[in-house]
Design a protein around this ligand. Sequence first.
Ligand code: ADP
Length: 211
Amino acid sequence: MNIRLSKRQNEIVKIVREKGPISGEEIASYLNLARATLRPDLSFLTMSGLLEARPKVGYYYTGKSIENALGDILKQNKVSDIKGLPVAVSEETSVYDAIVTLFLEDVGTIFVVDENNYLKGVASRKDFLKITLGDNDLGKMPVGIVMTRWPNIVTLRDEDTALSAAKKVEEFQVDCIPVISDDNVEEQAELTGRVSKTHLVKLLAEIDEQR
Ligand code: ADP
């Protein structure tokens, strides 16, 4: 992975390496800039772990590479910080209605739950495409027929890190992972959210916005 700092961010890191611990005011005066102008750069550099800020002490250099630092961000952010609302239907819902829900909710994966909101299955775009290839009556066919079910569902919990979510997406080649409550056995796990590839990309994009 190759991540580059902006010219100004590099200048800040250099100043802090040489003069740290140093206050934001002092860094600003070395650069002939207002303190407020530096705020986004300083927050990016501290968030990414290159610099650390101690109250009443100032900024100092941590010695970490940006790659290590980004790994830290993926570890510091929990699934509960990045998850979105799940889109779920019941097992009896027709494949036709499930596909309509997929479009209306603008998602690529639908979860299937029972009346207690316990997770029963996962149905993705490809599952729906596969069933439409056959000569099937989609309005009569329940979504339960096409979904992936226990024990084959890959899940996450709130306390898992964004890094472990990314690793599961990669390892199991899935686009979206359901988040289940902590205190239940899997077959009786309440569905509380979802983490998709988009949530992970968003996390990385937010880091970049701070630059
Ligand atoms: P797509 O259909 O766009 O390729 P996925 O790669 O996510 O989407 O799905 C591929 C297969 O994996 C589908 O059969 C789907 O049911 C299954 N699947 C999707 N998400 C999960 C998950 N979290 N756990 C287990 N299986 C999943």
